[in-house]
Design a protein around this ligand. Structure first.
Ligand code: NAD
Length: 347
């Protein structure tokens, strides 16, 4: 594992197996320099244990960066459970997972991620208090998507300000990929601000609902890259900015909530050379983890969330400004600031 390219001096990588329930899980703690680590749990049917470990190493490092940029008192961690989220879920499995989380005695806080819903975390929470993203309880923060979407909307305004000289989105054409939880709420904010929306999704019902609410024009999933738009907002999948799609995009801004938008970090430089200003994904989409952090603090306060969201948007602004002034890709600048924040906390 130490020679895995995704290994970044993680503080701890913990393997759990529980024969009676079939649990096979890994919890990676990348850093606790800024506070206890937090990050969701992913359930995925990995082809082998190597891919599972690589995934948790990469994701936990990403959470360290995301949490550092969101200015919350948390380090980065992540959990992965090996299994099919449609067929392998049982109450006993999530109870065993809850005990695994609990054994780390608060060095890692869990929440939902791909393949895991609130019901699963509620079960795990019966075995540990280090679980968040709950819907019941005094500090429960519920669905983080509205806060993520609000941050995405404000982040689009800030990116537009640098690319077009104004944060006014009235009359701007915005191509939105994915109108699920985050994309759907973001579309409502964008339409309210007067943007012309062009949307796509593979879910026809979600598309129809958002088109009705916002007056958006619908295009087929693959046509979203060719839309004559000012801004492209990815809110569905990762790795969608690659050599092929970059050639097709006519926009001046890429800003959306999806995780891991660039196929590789090196794409950031190609995006810059194409004259496109890219809002680094883990900065612009930090609203959700801020909402979860409010719950972890033990006392959910919307005012605290809003204040952290404002700080996040200022941080995004300074990443964009530094990148523009120094002629460097925005993702590289964001990584550098995140690493510096973690290093400063360590000393
Ligand atoms: P979601 O599942 O509610 O929405 C995703 C949408 O994308 C769905 O409507 C789905 O049908 C659509 N989609 C899937 N494949 C597509 C394709 N090929 N073309 C177009 N649309 C497609 O998920 P979400 O919670 O809205 O998350 C969206 C993205 O934002 C994910 O990358 C997620 O990791 C990221 N994110 C979410 C949050 C949050 O608070 N929910 C926080 C940070 C980051």
């Amino acid at each position: 594992m130490f020679d895995n390219p995704a290994f970044d001096n993680h503080e701890g990588v913990h393997f759990f197996s529980d024969e009676p329930t079939g649990l096979r899980a890994v919890i990676a703690i990348h850093s606790t320099a800024l506070g206890p680590s937090s990050g969701g749990t992913r359930m995925w049917d990995y082809p082998d244990s190597h891919s599972m470990v690589t995934d948790v190493l990469r994701l936990s490092q990403g959470m360290s960066y995301k949490n550092a940029m969101a200015s919350i008192p948390h380090g980065g961690g992540k959990a992965v459970i090996w299994g099919n989220s449609k067929t392998d879920k049982t109450e006993a499995l999530f109870r065993a997972f809850g005990r695994a989380v609990d054994s780390l005695q608060g060095r890692y806080w869990t929440a939902e991620d791909v393949g895991i819903d609130t019901a699963d975390i509620e079960i795990a929470a019966q075995e540990t208090r280090y679980a968040a993203g709950l819907t019941t309880g005094d500090a429960a923060s519920g669905d983080p998507s509205p806060v993520t979407a609000l941050g995405v909307f404000k982040g689009i305004q800030q990116t537009a300000l640098r690319a077009f000289g104004s944060e006014d989105l009235n009359g701007k054409t915005i191509a939105v990929q994915g109108v699920g939880s985050v994309g759907g709420y973001a579309c409502e904010h964008l339409a309210e601000a007067g943007a012309n929306l062009v949307i796509t999704d593979i879910d026809q019902d979600a598309l129809a609902e958002i088109a009705k609410k916002t007056g958006a024009r619908i295009v087929a999933p693959d046509d979203i890259y060719d839309v004559d738009a000012d801004i492209f907002s990815p809110n569905a999948l990762g790795a969608i900015i690659n050599e092929d799609t970059l050639k097709r995009l006519k926009v001046r801004v890429i800003a959306g909530g999806a995780n891991n938008q660039l196929v590789t970090p090196a794409m950031g430089e190609f995006v810059r050379r194409a004259g496109i200003l890219y809002a680094p994904d883990y900065v612009i989409n930090g609203g959700g983890i801020i909402n979860v952090a409010a719950e972890i603090s033990g006392e959910y306060s919307r005012a605290w969330v809003d204040q952290k969201l404002e700080t996040l948007i200022e941080t995004l602004g300074s990443v964009l400004d530094t990148a523009l002034e120094s002629g460097r890709p925005t993702n590289e600048v964001a990584d550098e600031i995140a690493r510096a924040r973690i290093a400063a906390a360590r000393t």
